[in-house]
Design a protein around this ligand. Structure first.
Ligand code: SF4
Ligand code: SF4
Length: 356
């Protein structure tokens, strides 16, 4: 039985369908003028450290892990990423979200994580944290909620807990306690931060757990969203057992509008449009087009370093434009994540069929 049995109903937040008229018009103008389309900065992903407490068999980054340990100093993040963004109208125009994440690395292990989140609040930059939750303590929960509150306006922040990692390492009960505390603080402060819980749909993991009970517990404590995700290659080459496909479909139905299913990742594209609205920065300071390629293994796609230049000097510089214009010629096999795959598919369709 294949993973195709499971139907995707996941809302991709960064794919604002209303915005596609904007993307179409930028593409149109760029074709007329024979220049690269300039969309504007929407996402800045920072991997502040190379450390992680876990070694998950399904970790997407496990093949890309850097052997050398590294951390990006707070002064580089502040002076070469955050300050240049808030001081530059063009970079701020699309209200970029700052995402603290990692590839086989855990952002909350960053030695200056409290200070970094305080800076995001101080600069009123909305942010997201993708974490396994193990290092989350009461004080850090308060710091995250307090700074989400500082952002103001209608913008929401996100925290996404990798539940699968804690299940695999027998730490699920501990994580649940931490999530409950986080929810308590968030609700008390009325902090605008959404709690997402991704769970991998994978045979070995599912065989270990009582998923209906986990879903029931999570919905009972009122998390905002549970997302079942089909893992990326090579794990998704293994077919999902029919009993699990049926179980997930039933849980989606039972869970109502708080439970979603997200499908597998996509193939390589001839052009990368994501590279024109997203920037990803690894713990060495190197700059890449997206979260999936944020590793030295993809150095052919890197177009700068925030240890040498400010983000305002790197974004849309000659190397960045060359990356967009010559993407098809770069020998580098990358696979988009789910949201980026949709974005690239739709923009490629416009590029080939609609734009005159
Ligand atoms: S916790 Fe996350 S980053 Fe760490 S090994 Fe597991 S999947 Fe990878
Ligand atoms: S993985 Fe997708 S989004 Fe990332 S560089 Fe490749 S084509 Fe672009």
């Amino acid at each position: 039985m294949t993973n195709k049995n499971i139907k995707d109903n996941y809302p991709y937040e960064n794919l604002e369908y209303d915005n596609f008229n904007y993307y179409k018009s930028v593409l149109n103008n760029s074709k007329k003028k024979k220049v690269a389309p300039i969309f504007g900065l929407e996402r800045v992903e920072i991997h502040p450290t190379s450390n992680c407490q876990y070694k998950c068999s399904f970790c997407y980054g496990k093949n890309f892990k850097n052997r050398n340990k590294s951390e990006l100093s707070l002064s580089y993040i502040d002076n070469n990423i955050l300050k240049p963004i808030i001081r530059n109208k063009n970079l701020l125009k699309h209200d970029p979200i700052i995402i603290l994440a990692g590839l086989f690395s855990e952002p909350l292990l960053y030695s200056e994580i409290d200070a970094l989140i305080n800076l995001l609040g101080k600069y009123k930059l909305r942010f997201a944290v993708y974490t396994n939750g193990l290092s989350l303590n009461n004080s850090l929960s308060e710091i995250i909620c307090n700074n989400a509150l500082q952002i103001g306006g209608s913008s929401k922040c996100y925290i996404s807990f990798n539940i699968s990692a804690s299940i695999l390492h027998d730490n699920y009960s501990l994580l649940l306690k931490k999530i409950k505390f986080f929810l308590k603080i968030r609700n008390k402060m009325k902090a605008p931060i959404i709690i997402n819980l991704p769970i991998l749909i994978e045979n070995d993991l599912l065989s270990k757990i009582n998923l209906p009970k986990i879903q029931k517990d999570l919905l009972k404590i009122s998390v905002d969203r549970i997302r079942y995700s089909i893992p990326q290659k090579p794990i998704n080459l293994i077919s999902l057992k029919l009993k699990y496909a049926n179980l997930i479909t039933k849980l989606k139905k039972d869970g109502g509008d708080k439970v979603y299913i997200r499908s597998r990742s996509g193939k390589h594209f001839d052009k990368c449009f994501v590279a024109l609205n997203t920037i990803s920065i690894d713990s060495f300071g190197n700059v890449y087009p997206c979260s999936q390629t944020c590793s030295k293994i993809f150095n052919k796609l890197s177009y700068g370093s925030i240890k040498k230049d400010k983000i305002s000097e790197i974004w849309y510089n000659k190397k960045h434009m060359a990356l967009y214009n010559n993407f098809v010629n770069i020998r580098c096999y990358c696979r988009c994540n789910h949201a980026d795959n949709q974005f690239n598919s739709i923009l490629s369709f416009f590029d080939k069929n609609l734009i005159k």
